[in-house]
Ligand binder design. Structure first.
Ligand code: HEC
Length: 138
């Protein structure tokens, strides 16, 4: 059920309605870093919503505004076996380092942004956003 709500919120985001609705807004006050691993994690929602915004600014140019990838550029990140198989921590490292692709299009470190422009916290938000897609859940 929680998952459903998140999907609706993200869909609203994509539709540009986030500012109108209260998607994740109620969680803001109590948002603590992902320290607790209990079933109730209100901060994850808020993180994912923020992550969608960061994604648009820093990843969408190659992976598409909807994250579904672009031809000859960034692959689909909404249903990625790689994301599915990789822990959040390892994904953080992956995005920090990027991936060389001999003879192909590389994934640039931090998508080509500096640490100042795209700090680790923001990458974690993007990862929370990506993790919400059912195709990325282990
Ligand atoms: C300049 C273009 C570009 C930008 C910006 C970019 N990427 Fe990528 N990304 C790529 C390319 C190209 C690949 C595929 C590399 C390969 O073929 O192995 C990739 C691969 C990935 C993968 C691995 C997917 C898989 O299934 O193997 C992840 C995860 C990823 N990017 C996340 C991100 C995130 C998060 C951001 C934003 C912070 C971002 N990328 C920004 C070009 C980009």
């Amino acid at each position: 059920m929680k998952q459903m709500l998140t999907a609706v919120c993200l869909a609203a985001m994509v539709g540009g309605l986030a500012m109108v609705g209260g998607c994740g807004g109620g969680d803001e006050g109590s948002s603590t870093p992902t320290s607790t691993s209990s079933a109730k994690k209100p901060s994850v929602n808020a993180m994912a919503v923020k992550g969608a915004l960061v994604f648009k600014k820093t990843c969408a140019s190659c992976h598409g505004a909807d994250g579904k990838g672009m031809p000859n550029n960034g692959p689909d990140l909404t249903a990625s076996q790689f994301v599915k198989d990789t822990s959040d921590e390892d994904l953080l490292t992956y995005v920090q380092v990027g991936r060389e692709v001999p003879g192909g299009v590389p994934m640039p470190p931090r998508g080509g942004f500096t640490e100042e422009m795209l700090p680790d916290e923001d990458i974690m938000k993007v990862i929370a956003y990506l993790r919400n897609f059912p195709g990325n859940q282990p």
